[in-house]
Design a protein around this ligand. Structure first.
Ligand SMILES: Nc1ncnc2c1ncn2[C@@H]1O[C@H](COP(=O)(O)OP(=O)(O)OP(=O)(O)O)[C@@H](O)[C@H]1O
Ligand SMILES: [Mg+2]
Length: 323
């Protein structure tokens, strides 16, 4: 069961500029084991507004976050839930996942078989947030079974003698995917399936692209500070250049909008963070920047693309590259 509701001030809770009277409802009890662990996260006002509006008032919708890999979709939802003490059931979808896997299954409990609720049933029953990651990898005919629940109709489990679970008023369903439900136009995301129109019609949509440079700079600053690295002007300069490299790679990536499609891999925020972590770990290696860039990203690129990416970095870093 969820605990008593509690109002949180938006500005202080999420570290953004907001009028002091602006509040959002979460839960009092911070000890529920399904509440995600709180980590540093730099919130963008616009994204925060959309998610909080949905959590406060879903109006019979689910929420769909679409965007390229490693842009911060899953972590945005988890980190909001962590700050509002909202318990989360999280599932990563795949092509063979069935709705039954989400409702539950019979298991041996204390010597006898009993039906144990899965993530969907628990979330519906207790008012948790159900996060369906990579929902577009799932078979659309399986997902159609969620239509009624999104609209607030009870979950019926025929396998458990027709058990009926009423939808808890705090139940929310949020999906993430690299496509927007229309199949993958870029050819880069293996296994993405075109989703059913009636299913997609039940979602509010949000687009989460890679953060702008100023936000990415704050993310890197907070990661470096938490690693005990002092964020002086040298470090600031370095991170600015790393972000420039990432943005140039993104521009040339085939999935980008204005690039000419010269690269088939890109640098996500996830990879940029990995590059930063490795750069610190290998700081004594000769040419730590290039060495860590290889290990963070370019070793999985074709040789010509690897060279091209290193050339981009060399142009941006100038003399600092190679020391
Ligand atoms: N605004 C942010 N503040 C702090 N960390 C961030 C931010 N955005 C992304 N990250 C970090 O980037 C990494 C990738 O984020 P996440 O897993 O949420 O991406 P995703 O969009 O769900 O990717 P995928 O489509 O591959 O599932 C995480 O380690 C996350 O902490
Ligand atoms: Mg994700």
């Amino acid at each position: 069961m969820t605990s008593n509701p509690k109002k949180f001030p938006i500005g202080a809770t999420f570290g953004i500029q907001a009028p002091s009277g602006m509040m959002v409802e979460g839960f009092e009890d911070a000890t529920h084991p399904a509440i995600p662990t709180q980590k540093d996260y730099v919130f963008k006002n616009e994204h925060l507004r959309d998610v909080l509006a949905y959590l406060s008032n879903p109006h019979g919708d689910a929420l769909y976050l679409t965007g390229p890999t490693g842009s911060g979709k899953t972590s945005l939802i988890c980190q909001i839930a962590a700050r509002l003490n909202w318990p989360v059931q999280q599932v990563t979808c795949h092509g063979r996942l069935e709705l039954n896997d989400l409702t539950g299954q019979f298991m041996l409990v204390n010597g006898s078989m009993s039906y144990v609720h899965g993530s969907l049933s628990q979330a519906v029953r207790d008012g948790h947030l159900l996060i369906l990651n990579e929902i577009d990898l799932m078979d659309p005919s399986e997902l159609a079974g969620l239509n009624d629940i999104i609209e607030g109709q009870p979950l019926v489990i025929p396998q458990n003698g027709g058990e009926v679970i009423k939808v808890h008023p705090k139940f929310r369903m949020i999906a993430t995917g690299n496509s927007a439900g229309q199949g993958d136009q870029s050819g880069l995301y293996q296994g993405v399936m075109q989703q059913n129109l009636a299913f997609m019609d039940r979602f509010r949509l949000m687009e989460v692209g890679y953060p702008e440079a100023s936000i990415e700079k704050s993310i890197l600053q907070s990661v470096l500070t938490s690693m005990g690295v002092s964020y002086d002007t040298v470090m600031e300069n370095l991170t600015e250049k790393m972000i420039q490299v990432a943005n140039e790679i993104r521009r040339l990536f085939v999935g980008g909008t204005d690039g000419s499609g010269e690269l088939s891999i890109t640098m996500s925020t996830r990879t940029l963070l990995r590059w930063t972590n490795l750069m610190i770990a290998y700081k004594r290696a000769p040419n730590a920047l290039a060495y860590s860039l290889d290990r963070a990203l370019t070793m999985r690129a074709e040789p010509a693309q690897r060279e091209a990416i290193h050339r981009i970095a060399q142009d941006i870093f100038g003399d600092a590259w190679g020391v």
